[in-house]
Design a protein around this ligand. Sequence first.
Ligand SMILES: [Zn+2]
Ligand SMILES: [Zn+2]
Length: 282
Amino acid sequence: MLFGAHVSIAGGIFNAPLYGKEIGCDVIQIFTKNQIQWKIPFLQAEDIKHFKENRLKTGVIPVTVHSSYLVNIAGPDDNVTEKSINDLACELERAEVLNIPFVVFHPGAHKGIGEKYALKSIAENINKIFSKSNSKSTFLLLETTAGEGTTMGYKFEHFAEIFNKLKDLSRIGVCIDTCHIFAAGYDFRDEKSYYETIEKFDKIVGLKFLKVFHLNDSKFPSGSKMDRHEEIGSGEIGLNGFRILVNDKRFKDMPGILEVPGDIYGYKRNIDLLRSLVNGKN
Ligand SMILES: [Zn+2]
Ligand SMILES: [Zn+2]
């Protein structure tokens, strides 16, 4: 697996590969802008150039843009939906300019209007995003969720249902967040549960759609539907589940990105720990 972390763009987007290098990342995830604002600042040509130079200099590969936390294409608020469609269409273009293959977003929350409506809305709005965006190559990845509140994406069936309604599947995929699927009730703490969970995903969605992992341990037990990340091995999942996952040959070239609490040294410690699990080194 290619290991990495969500890194900051403090001081400029071009700094992200440098931060990644400092903590030993093969790959990184970034926000391209403030994640709690709708504002979309222009990406300066100088900054893009500098970003690509730092990528070459460090060898760190930026693989995912995480969308704004405000995005919701599942709910009843037309204003939010419209802003979200615009935001994701733009993120696909911004990622493309930066040579980043994937934009990850959360399928959204239905806020009381029901799951059936939400799944239909998500699919229709993804169709709109692709027709609105001028991007040609970037993928949109739906992230699995823990199922807190009225959020969608806590069942593999949700993705299958959404994909069934899409006009074009050529640039669509899934990001499995280990904390989220575990909290949603998909266990993988031992060989048996691990292979069952992956097989379920393959049967229901299809492994060909799986593009990225978010590697986070979970503060709360399986089935709790609580989305609280914990450092690898310190949560309810524990080291064994991660050991099985990082040694699964099917995912040897797949990005695995940490989003754990703590500072950059915590990230470094978690990345080192994940690497030590490969081929039974720990
Ligand atoms: Zn995640
Ligand atoms: Zn989370």
